[in-house]
Design a protein around this ligand. Structure first.
Ligand code: PLP
Length: 380
């Protein structure tokens, strides 16, 4: 039996969602076609948009634009700001996902004004430091709602309030890829101008996501060549993926609080047990508001990559929290930005539970982890 403790990497769709995808694949229509097959696909698309709108609390005048995922959505938001305001500024943080950091690196290299705020050593982001980085004119603040490695939830609503006090023209974007399905906080609470989401992080298949755009905010399309998505994202839509996204949204609407409770219970139990059983281990950012399913666990002396492989052999899927670029594992930029030393960072794994995790599975994960660590030479 496999125990999936890597839900932040991707949340494998439930059977019900898999059925929605198969059924939508059967539609096989192009939503731009005028005939009945096309119109069936168009209806599926709009039904999904409506369901997502309701789930996220998106107002009738705000817009939802489907994309291929959060990477495309984040790239679009950043590039759109730079295109609209060549003399503008983007303020972000050093702990963003690479799909924010890499486009910002490119913009900076081309001379664009980019400010990257470091996190505090506890993994949190200071509202004051963000505000300090803001210049009155044409600034976009881009801050992730929750960090994928540590699970720390950022004070997005406070940041919106603080920067809008300076000027209502300052735009705020949040990458909410990790927040959905793990928090009751949503678009209507966050008060941001732009929000990006990713389907496969909360139960839809990969290859679908969206940008939510507040009424009155202008977005420049980055993918040209088609009138789809209000001309904001060209290309024939991923109908089955979008249908699944809508189905997940309606599925979660009712049971979200229960799912969050299950994840939090499992996570808390895991953290208590693991600290009892494994000497010297510690939990990053434990005193911060965090996603209910995520633990960033440091086991000094153990090489995280070896641990990931050893656990996989036992049927337990975790992640080392390290981004893999060109096959070479890199130490987590998030933990390094928090000021942790490389040795500690390379001894850290990420456990991220699904909402169907149960206590026997948690106990097994701790048992196996303790056994495997006990067998390892803790001298790394
Ligand atoms: N943003 C965050 C915080 C993520 O964790 C991820 C994926 O790990 C992404 C963006 C990218 O999402 P997608 O796979 O939908 O492109």
């Amino acid at each position: 039996m496999i125990i999936d403790c890597d839900a932040n990497a991707t949340y494998v769709p439930d059977e019900e969602i898999q059925r929605v995808v198969s059924a939508a694949l059967g539609l096989s229509g192009n939503p731009s076609s005028l005939h009945r097959r096309g119109q069936r696909a168009r209806a599926a698309l709009e039904e999904s948009r409506a369901s997502l709108r309701e789930f996220l609390g998106v107002g009738p005048k705000d817009e939802i634009v489907f994309t291929s995922g959060a990477t495309e959505a984040n790239n679009t938001v950043l590039a759109s700001h730079a295109a609209r305001f060549p003399k503008g500024r983007i303020v972000s943080t050093l702990i963003e996902h690479p799909c924010v950091l890499e486009p910002l690196k490119r913009l900076k290299a081309s001379g664009y004004d980019v400010v990257l705020v470091p996190p505090k050593s506890d993994g949190s982001v200071s509202v004051e430091r963000i505000v300090e980085g803001v210049s009155r004119l044409n600034t976009l603040v881009s801050i992730m709602a929750a960090n994928n490695e540590t699970g720390v939830i950022n004070p997005v609503t406070e940041i919106v309030r603080a920067v809008k006090n300076i000027s209502s023209d300052i735009m705020v974007h949040t990458d909410a890829a990790q927040l959905l399905g793990k928090s009751l906080v949503s678009w209507s609470d966050l008060r941001v101008d732009l929000m990006t989401i990713s389907g496969h992080k909360f139960g839809a298949p990969s290859g679908v996501g969206a940008i939510v755009i507040r009424d009155g905010v202008t977005l420049e399309p980055m993918i040209l060549g088609g009138p789809q998505e209000m001309k904001l994202r060209g290309g024939t839509e991923n109908v089955s993926g979008i249908a699944a996204l809508g189905a997940v949204a309606s599925l979660l609407k009712g049971g979200l609080a229960t799912r969050i409770g299950t994840m939090r219970g499992a996570r808390d139990s895991f953290e208590a047990l693991v600290q009892e059983r494994i000497e010297g281990c510690s939990i990053n950012c434990a005193d911060q508001p965090r996603l209910p399913n995520t633990t960033s666990l440091c086991i000094p002396g153990v090489r995280a990559d070896d641990l990931v492989v050893a656990l996989d052999l036992e049927g337990i899927l975790v992640s080392s929290g390290a981004a893999c670029s060109s096959g070479k594992p890199e130490p987590s930029h998030v933990l390094l930005a928090m000021g942790q030393d490389e040795k500690r960072v390379k001894s850290t794994i990420r456990i991220s539970f699904r909402s169907d995790i149960d206590q026997p599975s948690v106990t097994r994960v701790v048992d196996v982890l303790a056994q495997v660590v006990g067998r390892m030479n803790r001298s790394a």
